[in-house]
Design a binder for this molecule. Structure first.
Ligand code: SF4
Ligand code: SF4
Length: 176
């Protein structure tokens, strides 16, 4: 399998600086609405800020991978005397919760690092410098990228059925 160069994008989260303003959720949902910037809906954001004022918790979490099955057990953390909710740090679009699913279609949402933009929008608009963007390059097997594509297709097939996905792909390729 051929080696290819993959760009690794990282957003460092300095959670101690977060004040729970949720500007990141607003700008993310606006950027990903269709047409772009037509609506704002934090429920459709690919970043979620856990906000527990009474426990002094403000924690941005980014939408990660889709999973068709929940874990056999759940974790619950206490850090520096602060008790976090079950699965608080998990990034998955998981059947156990509504988080990171499109509120209309139910399809999984995943942070795409604002593909095509110079800088992720949430990073640009977080005025408290909580989110810091970094980039580096790594050599990976081509197979790794193919696996990522398959995971996305599997999620669509589970939601709509194999026939529907295949007929949609055929129609799209006919339309160029
Ligand atoms: S924009 Fe920054 S400070 Fe505001 S909630 Fe998001 S991460 Fe926290
Ligand atoms: S990087 Fe872009 S897609 Fe990801 S959470 Fe931030 S604004 Fe949303």
């Amino acid at each position: 399998m051929a080696k290819i160069t993959k760009k690794i994008k990282t957003i460092k989260v300095d959670a101690d600086k977060c004040n729970g303003c949720r500007t990141c959720e607003i700008v993310c949902s606006a950027h990903h609405s269709t047409p772009r910037y037509s609506t704002v809906n934090p429920a459709a954001s690919r970043i979620h800020v856990i906000t527990r004022r009474l426990r002094d918790i403000w924690l941005p979490v980014f939408a990660g991978e889709y999973t068709p099955a929940e874990c056999n057990g759940r974790d619950k953390y206490v850090i520096d005397g602060k008790e976090y909710d079950e699965c608080a740090f998990c990034r998955a679009a998981c059947p156990s919760r509504d988080l990171f699913k499109d509120p209309d279609s139910g399809l999984p949402l995943k942070c795409d690092m604002c593909e095509g933009e110079d800088m992720p929008l949430c990073v640009e608009w977080c005025l408290n410098d909580v989110l810091i963007y970094e980039e580096r390059e790594e050599e990976v097997d081509e197979e790794v990228l193919l696996d990522e594509m398959e995971t996305g297709l599997e999620a669509l097939m589970e939601k709509f059925g194999r026939d529907k996905v295949e007929s949609t792909l055929n129609r799209m390729s006919r339309n160029g």
